[in-house]
Structures are given as structure tokens and as C-alpha cells.
Design a protein around this ligand. Structure first.
Ligand code: CU
Length: 117
């Protein structure tokens, strides 16, 4: 009986090629410290949401989507007035903690509150 051991077949693990170091996805996309503003929609003669709470240094953006109706944005405590506009957006960064009332001079029912912590 010839019991030649064939099981010793030499397996050579060949690492085919080097590990492809492809960093295709490593685009440092603009290193954005820029955050999107916290959005408030100006629609149906109202601010939505009516009240938000943000931390100091946060930018808030008002987006006009009221079919061309004019609104302005007044923040009396800060002596800020966005001026009248019908569309687009207006942004403001709240730097100081406090509670700010936001109104529209045309529509007395439009009252919003920004709480800055
Ligand atoms: Cu208004």
C-alpha cells in the first residue's frame, strides 16, 4: 500500500497585488464650520415655528414662502429690522442669550419668540 501523503499540497497564499490604497472618498468637503441656519418659515401670515430655542451664536434663517405677501422682521430688543420683502430669506445670528420677540410691522398677529440660551 502506497500511502503517499498528498495532503501536503503546498498552498501558496499570494496576496495579489498590494492593498489598493484608494482614498477616493477622502475629499475634505469644505471643512464646513458653516451650519445651516435654524429655519423659520414665513407663511400664512405667521412665523413657523412661533418659538424656537437656540444657543448663542446660532444663525436663524427666515424663509419667505407666503405667496408674495410683504413682511418684515423686527427684533426690537436688538434694534434689528429686516426690511420688507416678499420672498427669499433673511438671516440673523443671535449672539447674546435672552428672549427676543420677533414681529412684523404690517401684521400685528405675527409674533415669534427666539429664546437664546
Ligand atoms: Cu407680515
Amino acid at each position: 500500500m502506497n500511502r503517499s501523503m498528498t495532503g501536503g499540497a503546498h498552498r501558496t497564499l499570494t496576496l495579489v497585488g498590494t492593498v489598493a490604497l484608494t482614498f477616493a472618498g477622502t475629499t475634505l468637503a469644505g471643512c464646513s464650520s458653516d451650519q445651516d441656519p435654524v429655519p423659520i418659515t414665513v407663511q400664512n401670515v405667521a412665523f413657523s415655528p412661533k418659538e424656537i430655542t437656540v444657543s448663542a451664536g446660532t444663525e436663524v434663517g427666515w424663509y419667505y414662502e407666503d405667496g408674495g405677501t410683504f413682511h418684515d422682521i423686527l427684533i426690537e430688543e436688538l434694534n434689528v429690522d429686516a426690511g420688507f420683502r416678499q420672498e427669499g430669506e433673511w438671516k440673523y445670528t443671535f449672539e447674546t442669550p435672552g428672549t427676543y420677540r420677533v414681529t412684523c410691522s404690517i401684521h400685528p398677529s405675527m409674533i415669534g419668540t427666539i429664546v437664546v440660551t
